[in-house]
Design a binder for this molecule. Structure first.
Ligand code: FAD
Length: 307
């Protein structure tokens, strides 16, 4: 039976949901060996759903470092004779995956929507086409958040990583969160995004962020308002921004240009508020309110607060 290395990630609360989703996928492909890298990650790592979990817990691994992390994954692959490496298509996974594939001389499939021993499906051209692949050799793949349900939290045997942690010329001394709030856009279950219909950055702060907070959502944006300097690029959803696949995507004052749709049309449910009934966003929306956002958003927020 082939061995699959599952690279798990932690956040302040434990193992990330996306890692447990990938664990379920990995289980169908072979014997799963989990690998969690970081500082003070041991307790969380033990919850990764894998038959065996290897933990690389070291203060030199506090922040993601491509040289160190890729080397550790490669060492674990070789020691376990693995033929596949799977991880979430997170900010880290999207960077680490190709590096590990290059280091091992393996194939790489990024941002997969489907993954099984039958093959892999991933979007191309901003989601306009789906590419199906049946790899014939060893492979590294990243799987998109929410593509699969969260697996159960459990782990089998636990082992400490005993290989080398190489030196790196990169030296991250601190990480300051300037993103879309406490919830990372690409991992959020709900995303509330605002566009040019909001008319000003003050209205984004007054309407989008409070509504997002009420819904436990991450706050996103169209490129129009990022280019206008209302919010940082870290908020941008779309072809030249982030790809999100939440359970619910709420687009407020966003027209639904093809480049925006490319980043959010994989969401499970899409809802839109727009005063123009012909706005293209309504073509992809499951639910829509044709109306003035300045009237509907405060009402929506008040109703949600009462739930
Ligand atoms: C190469 C390239 C890459 C791009 N990448 C991206 C990308 O990654 N992400 C992205 O978003 N865009 C991207 N764009 C830009 C994209 O084409 C659009 O210009 C942009 O998405 C429009 O943003 P918007 O919907 O906020 O603004 P608009 O298109 O101006 O839409 C504003 C909407 O608000 C509605 N509205 C106005 N007032 C109200 C009100 N009071 N109540 C309710 N609704 C109201 C209007 O009816 C309208 O539909 C890209 C473009 C190019 C060329």
């Amino acid at each position: 039976m082939s061995t699959v290395i599952l690279v798990g990630e932690t956040d302040g609360n434990g193992i990330k949901d996306v890692s447990q989703q990938v664990a379920g996928v990995a289980a169908g492909m072979g014997e799963v060996v989990g690998l969690v890298i970081g500082k003070n990650v041991s307790e969380s790592a033990m919850k990764l759903a894998a038959g065996k979990v290897i933990i690389a817990d070291d203060e030199r691994l506090e922040y993601y470092d491509p040289v160190k992390y890729a080397s550790i994954v490669s060492q674990v692959v070789q020691k376990n004779d693995a033929t596949k490496v799977l991880m979430g298509a997170t900010t880290m996974g999207k960077d680490l995956g190709p590096r590990v594939a290059a280091e091992l001389g393996w194939g790489y499939l990024g941002d997969c929507l489907e993954a099984s021993s039958e093959g892999f499906v991933r979007p191309d051209f901003a989601g306009k086409v789906l590419a199906r692949s049946k790899p014939e050799g060893p492979l590294v793949a990243s799987i998109r958040n929410n593509a699969y349900p969260i697996g159960e939290s459990w782990s089998g045997s636990v082992e400490n990583f005993s290989g080398d942690i190489p030196d790196s010329t990169l030296n991250t001394t601190s990480i300051e969160k300037i993103g879309a709030g406490t919830i990372e856009l690409t991992e959020a279950n709900i995303v509330v995004s605002g566009g040019r219909g909001l008319e000003s950055p003050e209205n984004y702060e007054a309407l989008i962020r409070p509504l997002a907070a009420t819904m436990g959502a991450a706050a996103g944006a169209s490129r129009a308002i990022v280019d206008a300097g209302w919010v940082p690029h870290s908020h941008q959803v779309g072809q030249t921004g982030k790809t999100v696949t939440p359970d619910l995507y709420l687009a407020i004052g966003i027209s639904g240009a093809i480049q925006h749709l490319g980043g959010m049309s994989g969401s499970k449910f899409i809802a839109a508020i727009n005063k123009d009934p012909e706005a293209p966003i309504f073509k992809v929306a499951d639910y829509g309110i044709v109306g003035d956002l300045f009237e509907t958003v405060p009402v929506l927020k008040t109703k949600l607060e009462k739930l």
